[in-house]
Design a binder for this molecule. Sequence first.
Ligand code: SAH
Length: 425
Amino acid sequence: MEFMTTTSSGTPGVNTNVTRAVQAYPTDEVPGSRATQVRPVPEGWQQQKDAEGRPLLQFAAPKKGMPPTHLADIPTVDRKAYVASLGFPGFRAAQLGTHYFVHHTNDPSAMTDLPAASRDDLVAKVLPPLLTEVRRLQTDSGDTIKFLWKLHDGALIESVLMRYPGRVTLCVSSQAGCGMNCPFCATGQAGLTRNMSAAEIVEQVVLANRALAHGELGGRARHDHTPDRVGNIVFMGMGEPLANYARLMQAVRTMLAPAPDGLGMSARGITISTVGLVPAIRKLAEEGLPVTFALSLHAPDDELRDELIPVNSRWKVDEALNAARDYFDKTGRRVSIEYALIKDMNDHGWRADLLAAKLNNRGRGWVHVNPIPLNPTPGSIWTASEPAVQREFVRRLEVAGVPTTIRDTRGRDIDGACGQLAAAD
Ligand code: SAH
């Protein structure tokens, strides 16, 4: 009843807005209070369990199904020797790199600088086709495309191409499926099929650049001067990138390498997002690459995060946050904390306060928070927080001095938003 107190509305000096906010959102909620707490449980599907009855975590991926070796799988310093080992002059590596990374082509008939007699054989061996388009969906406004790709073994993956004012971003997959088993994520529901190769990861970008070069992504007129090239990559598609570490790094290095070795992208434009595999976060910090690091936290307390992010059974909230803070110290790159706001599950005011306290305990200026309204996967408990609750959550973080930006949920109408990539076809 304390939240129903009548305000002295109309009295000069009394800020009735603040009073209303207090009425709607009890500011004195504490853990265990009467605030509603919905517990995370999968609905409409069965979460796979391990021998102890806990949600199954798949770190090791099946070996079967990996594609043929491609130029982008080979470290740049080894490519000449690799092409020579196939029986061709080593300098063909650079020619093929230009065709592939600059002109987005692996079509031998377009490669008139190569000898006609051996062209088909060379290209088939060095640039084997990896991704076949199955389907694409475009938003009504035209500035978002979701691609569904088939890999050579039939596995399906997705990527999402988005135009923003002044930039083009591609959300890429790093695994077919995912072994992290988060109960709110569509990708996790089917488990892990296999790791993607470095070249399969890179080819998503090459083919997005090809689509851009052909004018297939809309919205250019509205967003004047947008470059027609992918400038930003977010590893927020299917899979846990840090569970596929070596191939992820080879893919990132190829994205960064200048032509003809790679896509010539900037490390700052690449965001690697993880559930929180702490040893791999620490390894990433040592790579000397100023990529952006994002931690999918989604809860500041172990009690809830144990259920929301099953890998929390291995590495707790504080360990993951310590690794994130160390990432900042090593790289100077401000870390992102991702927080999907789920109605009555993790959106309580006290959780915003606890999150702010845990971040501030580790210093200032090293982190920002990206809340995102949950994209519902089917099931009644998995619902986005109310807009007013979202605002209150953000307000508390900001009051505590934590920079916070709500992330947009581009592509919802084509099931292309975060956590919606499931490759059901
Ligand atoms: N495995 C990595 C990257 C893939 S998911 C990771 O977990 O970070 C990218 C982001 O989308 C993660 O923050 C993930 O938690 C979030 N996500 C998953 N399902 C979602 C959903 N239904 N709504 C909103 N975000 C979701």
